[in-house]
Design a protein around this ligand. Structure first.
Ligand code: ADP
Length: 592
């Protein structure tokens, strides 16, 4: 609760004013029952007022004058109702404003924090789950702040104003009016506790339905290619049926709740009416007093009936808020306490580096040692799962090693701030991610303000300038979900252009040329070399043609360097490189 209060932050005063408005509006609402009491006794029954509140009001409105000028009572009722209406409107506007702003800040905080969390956090959480936290969990908190809390506030204020007025009007009937109150609140509370599981199951079914639809849409090609349409349609229907059944059960439960709690509330009103009528016939109560009770109880009873429901819903907001706190409290990547920002030239050294993705998994890097000289082009070769991508993650400081050391130009990598590392080491990752925006925007990701010539020259280096020019809208062509679909090779080349634009001293290509033909590949590598004399380049590759372009090939197996040397050296030794070499030669010959 305190943490939720903290969410309001600078909006807290506005929120408090909204609450004061609810309290005032609730108190003013009793102007109507008091006016009814006054009117009945003044005109219909002719009895004197026996209760202090009505007597006071009568005196205020001019005593006997109200009989001669009945508009005074009407004007009082109208004025209080109007004022209550204005205050209720102000409460709505202020509460919405305060909670919307607070929640906007909360969402921004969660999102910004997510962008700074270490990769290991994302290994543990699915993206769907995180999206849900940023969207529906935040919405739940919003509904809670703008709706539920104010509902509880209103019901409480109505009751708090009613109790003294009722007691002053007639003590015994006041007590009778409150008789079923615990039952009315308790019933809602217990009922919604019981059906909470149904809510959860319905939410799960809804999530499953969405996930199924999403999976089929993303995988539409697989669904079509394997003729899985009917099968998927049946699976979807099953999920849809389950959702419908659960939803229907929930609605039936609701119908039962509203009907039965109506009976309770009407029972309470009936009780007040019956006892009040008896008292009036006995002559111990004025008809106006009974009128007051009937209207007043009717005022607070219905909002109070909802209290049980709202209180039962509090749990949902608490859970959603807990999930947001979990993200906000996750520790960010640590930055060095005494950072060094050297002029990086690109000599890289890994010494006895060990890393695993989780304490229970096997070592992805198991005592890896290698050194790469400034300006050298090395190729990394190794079976899938050998640890090549992990090595690159470590070099980019996306993850930190468990033991061993990584240095760049002799400076421990851990002492260099992440931003400086990423400015110096430009990487084209294995599965390049393209934004749903223009080609130009995709190339400028790391340097939004780059000049047009720089963008085009980067594209030329990546051998994609000509392809882009052939698109109808050229560099303005939108790619991705909202635009044209690029081929695998085009995507890779676009990603290379984006990386080249940074012009960093160290360049990493993680299997980034696999979908590009050998001629283009050679052109790109030559252009890269030409662009900036010699820069340290690390290329993960499996193709002999690429490996041959490197100064040195490093063979990685099971998280260690298994062998390293020039193309000729490795080809002369037994090992992975020789096997690959022979295999690709045979293939080439077979094709020829
Ligand atoms: P390569 O790039 O050589 O194919 P990787 O570096 O991707 O190899 O993987 C090395 C090992 O680490 C593999 O056993 C792989 O299963 C594991 N691994 C890679 N990424 C993750 C991850 N995010 N979470 C857990 N294990 C991972």
């Amino acid at each position: 609760m305190l943490a939720l209060w903290a969410v309001l932050g600078p909006e807290a005063p506005t929120y408090i004013v909204a609450m004061v408005c609810i309290a005032l509006a609730s108190a003013l609402a009793y102007g109507t029952p008091l006016a009814v009491q006054l009117a009945i006794d003044a005109f219909a029954s002719g009895t004197e007022d026996r209760s202090p509140p009505a007597a006071a009001l009568r005196a205020w409105l001019g005593g006997e004058a109200v009989v001669a000028e009945p508009w005074r009572i009407a004007a009082f009722a109208a004025a209080t109702a109007l004022l209550a209406g204005i205050l209720t409107w102000m409460k709505g506007a202020l509460a919405a404003r305060a909670s919307q702003r607070a929640v906007r800040r909360l969402r921004e905080r969660v999102h910004a924090h997510l962008t700074r969390l270490p990769l290991s956090f994302f290994d543990r959480h699915s993206s769907g789950d995180l999206v849900q936290r940023c969207t529906s969990d935040v919405d739940t908190v919003l509904t809670f702040l703008s709706g539920q809390v104010t509902e509880i506030g209103r019901a409480t204020a109505l009751l708090l104003a009613a109790v003294p007025l009722m007691l002053l009007t007639d003590v015994s009937l006041a007590l009778w009016s409150l008789l079923l109150l615990p039952a009315v609140i308790g019933y809602g509370l217990v009922f919604f506790r019981i059906v909470r599981n149904r809510f959860l199951r319905k939410d799960e079914a809804e999530g499953a339905l969405t996930a199924r639809a999403q999976e089929n849409l993303f995988g539409i090609r697989v669904v079509r290619a394997f003729g899985r349409g009917d099968f998927e349609a049946r699976r979807f229907r099953a999920a849809n049926d389950l959702h419908r059944t659960l939803d229907e059960r929930l609605f039936r439960a609701f119908a039962l709740f509203w009907a039965s709690s109506d009976v309770l509330c009407i029972g309470q009103l009936g009780l007040v009416f019956g006892i009040g009528l008896w008292r009036v016939s006995e002559g111990t109560m004025a008809p106006g007093q009974l009128g007051f009770f009937l209207v007043a109880v009717n005022l607070w009873l219905w909002p109070v009936r909802l209290m049980g429901r709202v209180i039962a819903d509090l749990g949902k907001a608490t859970v959603a808020f807990g999930r947001l706190q979990e993200v906000l409290n996750a520790p960010e990547d640590e930055e060095p306490s005494q950072p060094l920002v050297p002029e990086i030239r690109g000599a890289i050294e890994f010494r006895d580096v060990r890393f695993r993705h989780s304490p229970s998994s096997a070592w992805a890097l198991d005592g890896l040692t290698l050194s790469i000289a400034e300006g050298e082009t090395v190729a990394l070769l190794g079976p899938s799962g050998a640890g090549k991508s992990t090595l690159i993650d470590l070099l980019l400081r996306m993850r930190d090693p468990e033991s061993g050391s990584i240095t760049v130009d002799g400076v421990p990598l851990g002492r260099i701030p992440r931003a400086a590392v990423r400015a110096a080491v430009a990487a084209v990752l294995q599965q390049p991610f393209l934004y749903s925006r223009s080609i130009d925007g995709n190339i400028r990701v790391a340097r939004p303000g780059a000049a047009r010539e720089d963008v085009e020259s980067a594209a030329e280096t990546a051998s994609i300038h000509d392809s882009i020019r052939r698109f109808e809208s050229g560099y303005a062509t939108v790619v991705g979900e909202r635009g044209i679909t690029l081929s695998g090779g085009q995507r890779q080349r676009l990603a290379i252009a984006r990386t080249v634009l940074i012009d960093a001293p160290v360049l990493v290509l993680d299997d980034s040329l696999s979908a590009v033909d050998t001629d283009t590949e050679r052109r790109i590598l030559d252009a890269l070399r030409e662009r900036r004399g010699r820069r340290t380049t690390i290329v993960v590759a499996h193709r002999l043609s690429t490996l041959q372009l490197a100064d040195r090939v490093i063979v990685i197996e099971r998280g260690r360097v298994a062998d390293s040397g020039t193309h000729a050296e490795l080809a002369s030794r037994a090992g992975l490189y020789r096997r690959l070499h022979d295999l690709q030669r045979e293939l080439e010959e077979a094709i020829a």
